[in-house]
Design a protein around this ligand. Structure first.
Ligand code: FE2
Ligand code: FE2
Length: 544
């Protein structure tokens, strides 16, 4: 709205002259009489001796009222009045006819012409002065009203314009906001897909960690929704949890895939993954919440976690949720090398962790609530394609293979058994131990390196024989090394097992012939389902 509007017309007149009167009469005496009368009343007087002059002065002087004679040469008062009423700039000037005419018809005609009043001569000066004052007051009031209406109209117009501008701006803003939101959704979608792809890449190294990420993300989302966290935080939490262990892709297989318990060195390497992940993602314009989850999901509220030993309020709510979801999944998930817990036991452990001040009790209570009717283990990723299967099998095999040789560590058998990959669980198997009796002598005669080479040679010959057997007979036979002995696991039976023994005999003959070595073997048979670990113990120490 503009700061200045025009002042009310008439408002200023009240302070100075009461108004401008235009006296129109062809008789100067009549004009003189009226002039004397109204000058006494302090009016400013303008005079016109004809109708034409009246029309000119009405425009140039803008009188507040016109006292108009009717009977004038050329243009009479009626015609003048009609002309005044026709003109936009003069139509609002009140006209009082002052005339010698006095018939009602004349009065009616005067009013029809547009005059406001009709006064017959001779007039009473008081009457004419009062009427003039009254008409001027009416005009002034009318002008003020008109001006106020105009101002109101202008203000309304400006207001409407302003509202229209606002609406336009608002519409443009809404459009822009919609566009930004659309772009953000698109960006988030792309980032999510990209991160999912990163996680799948991790799955090609460690499929359990990939499934773990998917489940932790879902558990965390459900807890966050139960705790009524705002949507953007829930989104960040889900993404952070999906990615929280992604940096394990950089952890060497020896640690990442280690089936047994970690030693101090393994733990040190594994504990690097949160800092490593946070460092990688800090460079990718990730939101701080996501980086915090990746960096601190192994912290504990009492400062006993890692890597920064954060405490209490230093750990935000999203990371607290990630900590609980991560621990719960790790407890209930089934892995070949660890015992999985059932929900009640896992919740009991987490509750006691919360009571000990390590986890947020609100989050643990919420976890109990959301897992009441929903099992995160239902989330499974289908790794069952041929490539993944083959890669996984090879990874497992090579993990247990002695570097640069074809011999497996005997623990490979435990792994296969626990992973349910041995048919021996149903059909029975044999274990054979090949030992060398006079290694000390060979050492002395040829040196340690040659002795080692001889054992490898025998092993290689056994690998060849076993490969042939596996190919021909289709049964599972694996050569394993334990110190300076070999172990052979085989589910071959009867004649095929006899072929294996013939191969063993020929290996030992060669040992004696070429290196004067003395070797022997012992085979024990076990029924289907007999624990391999126990079978190996029996074989290594038959007396026990
Ligand atoms: Fe982790
Ligand atoms: Fe984890």
């Amino acid at each position: 709205m503009p700061a200045h509007l025009p002042p009310y017309p008439g408002a200023e007149a009240a302070d100075s002259a009461p108004g401008i009167l235009l006296l129109v009469d062809d008789d100067p005496i009549n004009r003189q009489v009226l002039r004397c009368l109204f000058e006494l009343e302090r009016y400013r007087i303008v005079e016109a001796e004809s109708g034409r002059r009246c029309l000119e002065l009405a425009v140039s002087e803008r009188p507040d009222l016109i006292l108009l004679d009717i009977m004038m040469p050329e243009m009479d008062g009626f015609a003048v009045c009609v002309a005044l009423m026709e003109r936009e700039e003069t139509r609002n000037i009140p006209v009082i006819m002052v005339t010698a005419l006095n018939s009602p018809q004349d009065e009616a005609r005067a009013l029809e012409s547009g005059a406001m009043d009709f006064i017959s001569k001779p007039f009473n000066p008081k009457v004419i002065a009062t009427r003039v004052r009254a008409h001027l007051q009416v005009k002034r009031d009318r002008d003020i009203l008109a001006n106020r209406t105009a101002r109101l109209g202008l203000a309304n117009h400006l207001l409407e314009q302003e509202i229209e501008e606002h609406l336009k701006t608002e519409q443009a803003l809404l459009q822009a906001r919609g566009e930004i939101e659309r772009m953000n959704r698109l960006k988030e979608g792309v980032i999510k897909d990209l991160f999912q792809a990163l996680c799948e890449m991790l799955s090609s190294r460690d499929m359990y960690t990939f499934e773990h990420g998917l489940r932790v993300a879902s558990i965390a989302r459900m807890i966050a929704e139960d705790l009524n966290l705002p949507d953007p935080q829930v989104e960040a939490l889900e993404l952070g949890c999906l990615l929280h262990d992604i940096s394990k892709v950089a952890i060497p297989d020896d640690v990442l895939l280690k089936p047994g318990l970690f030693n101090a060195q393994d733990r040190k390497i594994m504990m690097m993954h949160p800092s490593l992940g946070a460092r990688i993602f800090a460079r990718q314009a990730c939101s701080p919440e996501i980086i915090d989850i990746i960096h601190h999901h192994h912290e504990r509220l009492d400062g006993s976690g890692y890597p920064d030993r954060l405490r209490g309020e230093e750990i935000g709510i999203l990371t607290r949720i990630a900590m609980v979801a991560d621990s719960y999944e790790a407890m209930i998930a089934r892995r070949p090398y660890k015992k999985s817990l059932l929900r009640p036991e896992a919740l009991a452990r987490l509750t006691s962790e919360a009571q000990a001040g390590r986890l947020d009790p609100r989050v643990v209570v919420s976890l109990a609530k959301v897992t009441e009717r929903w099992d995160p283990l239902a989330i499974r990723h289908d790794f069952n394609d041929a490539i993944s299967r083959e890669l996984e099998r090879f990874r497992n095999k090579t993990y247990f293979k002695e570097p640069l040789s074809d011999f497996y560590n005997y623990r490979y058998l435990f792994h296969l058994e626990e992973a349910g990959l041995l048919d021996s669980q149903t059909q029975g198997y044999s274990l054979t131990r090949v030992t060398f009796a006079n290694l000390e002598q060979i050492n002395r005669r040829h040196g340690y390196l040659v002795t080692d080479q001889i054992i490898d040679e025998i092993g290689s010959q056994l690998v060849e024989a076993i490969d042939r057997l596996v190919e021909e007979a289709g049964c599972v036979t694996i050569l394993l090394r334990k110190g300076t002995s070999y172990l052979i696991y085989s589910d071959c039976q009867g004649e095929i097992l006899a072929v294996l023994h013939q191969d063993l005999d020929s290996c030992l003959e060669r040992l004696a012939r070429e290196w004067q070595g003395e070797g022997a073997y012992l085979t024990l048979g076990f029924p289907g389902g007999h624990p391999v670990q126990e079978a190996i113990c029996r074989l290594l120490d038959p007396a026990a």
